[in-house]
Structure formats: structure tokens, C-alpha cells
Design a protein around this ligand. Structure first.
Ligand code: SIN
Length: 293
């Protein structure tokens, strides 16, 4: 793992502060770089425009936001997601009966695997990958089952100017085929003939903040286009190790009835399956995004 040590102070200086105070919610940052817990808001109640604006602001400033002690029916979870855009339907994962927009996140003692065990940005193999995901965990193990989130703005900004120049204009192939085929057989999900595959810029510009973010991930990115295969492998290996530096991360400790809402355009996440044989269970609502540029 890279140390980022270079002398002259930290190589990555965030410089990001909010100049707009919040009026309707309290925002408690987990780190200066990524993650904040929001309080003073009950998502089961109708929200004012100002509350929605401040949730948007908190997401843009913190990349992933967390809510505690929320009690939402499935329809309310879906409606909260719809407020941020049209819902994205997962190309492979099981969903709650009658609700294709409610992806099942569940692991127990008989599970062959758990969701999101490797670093990834959700469904980045889609030509228009999801902008955000809203995960509502209702059942937690007694300990463990945390989710790690990493800022891809920070990962990009901490690269050397030489590396930024090299990556400028490059694209990479993201492929769902070897990820999704057979993945959900234990839930009784039959495979589709094809899974999404797409070419995206290695560095994308966030449509809301205008900041640049690294957009390659171990889960889906297979190769950089237009360079020899060994060069692509070497560069991707470096970028994957670089972006996993804990400096860019926060770690969320779930409790029952917590919600995490992350922006897939500028973050990656990884879920820990350290709680076997216990149950961790909930639903994810995912919001459609745009073609990365
Ligand atoms: C996911 O990748 O959406 C799963 C994240 C989690 O279970 O914490």
C-alpha cells in the first residue's frame, strides 16, 4: 500500500470546508475527507424542500451520509430514493417480492458469499452507472458487518501531477459478465444471457461538484484501453492499491435501522463479512446515474 509520504506536510490536503450552514439537520463528520452522520431528521415523515436541499448538500460535501434510528416501510424507502432520481434496477441481484427497486442484501450462516466484499462502485459496468445507493440495514450481527467507504476525489487529488497527466483522456472497460454470472444462484436467481459491459473514463468529472474522481475499481474494471495489456495491468494494480489507502476512507459501524446513502460517482465501498454465522440483512434502493464524462 502506498504511504503517500513526501515531506512538506501531508501529500493530500483536503481544503474542503462548507461555507453554507445547515438549518434543518445536524451534520457530524466521521473524517474531514469522507462520511458524515446526519441527525435531527425522520425520513418516515414528509420532508420539506429545505430538508431535501440540505441532504443533497450533505451528500455533495461528505460523499456518503448516514442516518440512525430510521423506521421506514418498503414504500417509504423507495419513495425516498425516487426523490433523488429514477430508480436503477440491478441487472442480476434478487429483489423484494413485487419491488424490483428493492435489492436484497442478506447474509447468514448458509450464505456462500455476502454482497460487496471487494472494493467497488455499484454496477460500474452499466453504460449509465447508478449515481447513488441507499442501503437500509434492519438486522445487524452483534459485532462486525461494517462498511468501508473511500473518496475517489481524494484518491485522484493525491496522485502526482505526472500520473494525472498520464491518466487524462484514458478509458477503461468495466465488465459485469464474470462478476454476475451465477452469483445469485443461492437466491434462486436464473442467469441472464448477457450482463452489462461499458467503457468509461479512468478519471470522471462529478456533474454536481465539478471535482475529478478516479473511476476504476477492482470489482468491475478489467483493462485500460489503447495501451499494452501489461501496462494496463501495472497501472490498474497501482491505482487499486493507491485508492485503498486508509487516508481516503471512513468506516461505518451499523446498528439496526441505520441507513447509508453513498454517491457512486466519487466513492467506492467494501462490506466486511466478519460476522459469520450471524445474520446481516436489509434492502438497497439504487438511483440511476448518467454516462460518466
Ligand atoms: C453493497 O455493495 O451494496 C453492499 C454494501 C453493504 O452491504 O454494506
Amino acid at each position: 500500500m502506498s504511504t503517500l509520504r513526501g515531506g512538506g506536510g501531508p501529500r493530500y490536503k483536503t481544503g474542503q470546508t462548507s461555507d453554507r450552514p445547515y438549518e434543518t439537520i445536524a451534520v457530524d463528520k466521521l473524517t474531514p475527507i469522507i462520511g458524515a452522520e446526519l441527525s435531527g431528521i425522520d425520513l418516515s415523515q414528509p420532508l420539506s424542500n429545505r430538508q431535501f436541499e440540505e441532504i443533497h448538500q450533505a451528500l455533495a460535501e461528505n460523499l456518503v451520509i448516514f442516518f440512525r434510528e430510521q423506521h421506514l416501510a418498503d414504500e417509504q424507502h423507495l419513495a425516498f430514493g425516487r426523490h433523488f432520481g429514477e430508480l436503477h434496477i440491478h441487472p442480476a441481484a434478487p429483489h423484494a417480492p413485487g419491488h424490483p427497486g428493492l435489492m436484497i442484501i442478506h447474509a447468514d450462516k448458509d450464505s456462500p458469499r455476502a454482497n460487496g466484499e471487494g472494493w467497488h462502485s455499484d454496477v460500474s459496468c452499466d453504460p449509465e452507472p447508478p449515481m447513488g445507493s441507499i442501503l437500509y440495514i434492519r438486522t445487524c450481527p452483534p459485532h462486525g458487518g461494517d462498511t468501508l467507504f473511500a473518496s475517489m476525489y481524494a484518491a485522484y487529488e493525491a496522485l502526482s501531477d505526472r500520473m494525472k497527466q498520464y491518466l487524462d483522456g484514458l478509458t477503461a472497460i468495466h465488465d459485469g459478465e464474470d462478476v454476475y454470472r451465477g452469483l445469485y444462484a443461492n437466491f434462486g436467481v436464473a442467469d441472464k444471457p448477457d450482463y452489462p459491459r461499458a467503457e468509461h473514463p479512468v478519471v470522471r468529472t462529478h456533474p454536481v461538484t465539478g471535482r475529478k474522481a478516479l473511476y476504476v475499481n477492482r470489482g468491475f474494471t478489467r483493462r485500460i484501453t489503447g495501451v499494452p495489456r501489461d501496462e494496463s495491468e501495472g497501472i490498474l494494480r497501482y491505482l487499486f492499491e493507491h485508492m485503498e489507502n486508509p487516508l481516503f476512507q471512513c468506516r461505518f459501524r451499523w446498528r439496526e435501522n441505520s441507513i447509508a446513502f453513498w454517491d457512486n460517482r466519487c466513492t467506492q465501498h467494501r462490506a466486511m463479512w466478519d460476522y459469520w454465522p450471524h445474520i446481516r440483512s436489509g434492502h438497497r434502493v439504487t438511483i440511476k446515474g448518467e454516462k460518466p464524462v
